[in-house]
Design a protein around this ligand. Sequence first.
Ligand SMILES: C[S@@+](CC[C@H](N)C(=O)[O-])C[C@H]1O[C@@H](n2cnc3c(N)ncnc32)[C@H](O)[C@@H]1O
Length: 249
Amino acid sequence: MRIDVLTLFPEMFPPIFTSIIKRAAESGRVEINIRDIREFTKDRHRTADEPPFGGGRGMILKPEPVFLGVDRIREEAGSKGVVLLLCPQGERFNQAIARELAAEDHLILICGHYEGVDERIREYLADREISIGDYVLTGGEIPAMAVMDAVVRLLPGVLDGEVVESESFEGGLLDYPQYTRPREFRGYEVPEVLLSGNHGEIEKWRKREALRRTFEKRPDLHPEIKLKNDEPEFLKNLGNERGNRNGLD
Ligand SMILES: C[S@@+](CC[C@H](N)C(=O)[O-])C[C@H]1O[C@@H](n2cnc3c(N)ncnc32)[C@H](O)[C@@H]1O
């Protein structure tokens, strides 16, 4: 996969090139190019933003350098790419969208800053608008990092497939609780079943704990959950225990 990011602040990005993302880049599974939008300006002041027409606060990202940047990237890459505008008004990013994006060959991410971007970027250039949540950040750089991180770790060969499959939101469940050494810490103990060596029982416990957590923390995820064996009964009892059955039937 190739990812190009258009930003006014390229210096914000280096931290993403560590850990798993760094390894993915080094092994050639992803190529990430951070591009300064000012590289595509034409005046000697490298003007990339200006005040809004009609008056009002802040500075608006101009259309020309962003369109030109996308044209240039497309030429270089020899592909149209999927253009993503990071934007608080966009569709709310989640694991399902990360999966869709991970199936693409080329993503072009546009980071707004200050008061936002000229509407023509949204209307005529962006294929998708992505929000990372209902709050407003200063710029699209942190959202771009979040999207890249979530997407790159799903690329084939970046992580062990089993690890990805058992994670939160895959299959509609939150992840089960995890413990490591020591067995006892300040009097807090690791659940006995995890020390038993009985893999069948461990699997069963993990699935139940994932169900319990999802039921308690995120009942809105329930339509995706496929229940097996005695799990429907387990959930029913959980609901009865709490006198609250508005969750996972
Ligand atoms: C201060 S925000 C502009 C907010 C805009 N005036 C509005 O109210 O919708 C500047 C830039 O940060 C990015 N941004 C801020 N919050 C975001 C979010 N929740 N998700 C994705 N991008 C965000 C966008 O690229 C946006 O253009």
